[in-house]
Ligand binder design. Structure first.
Ligand code: ZN
Ligand code: ZN
Length: 115
């Protein structure tokens, strides 16, 4: 069963080289996204320019331009996930039951954790 998803999956915004959220995303001719620095370093240190994901070899090193639309999506995603991360750490102490419980802020009440 799939859990509630707000349409944006982290997976789409991850660089396959550093496994972090894309930083200055560039798109290769085969359609894969990488951080500009990651893919540049990768191609600078090897003799062939190929895509680390699908292994497509490019006879000439493709011109890498930052994908503006992707960058917008990534920064939007970053803002969303930062908000979520902050929310996870909101802890409340219940005096009656002497327990700590976590809750999400009102903006993120998608999944309520009850202990
Ligand atoms: Zn990267
Ligand atoms: Zn590829």
């Amino acid at each position: 069963m799939s859990t509630a998803c707000n349409g944006m999956s982290e997976h789409h915004f991850l660089c396959s080289i550093c496994l972090e959220v894309l930083n200055d995303p560039v798109t290769t001719p085969c359609g894969h996204n990488f951080c500009k620095t990651c893919i540049s370093t990768c191609w600078d240190t090897s003799t062939t320019s190929k895509c680390p994901v699908c292994n497509q070899v490019f006879s000439t090193k493709p011109q890498l331009k930052v994908n503006i639309m992707m960058r917008e999506l990534v920064s939007q995603f970053r803002r969303e996930s930062e908000r979520k991360i902050t929310c996870i750490y909101i802890l409340y102490y219940c005096i009656c039951h002497s327990v700590l419980y976590a809750t999400l802020c009102k903006l993120c009440v998608i999944v309520q954790t009850k202990i």
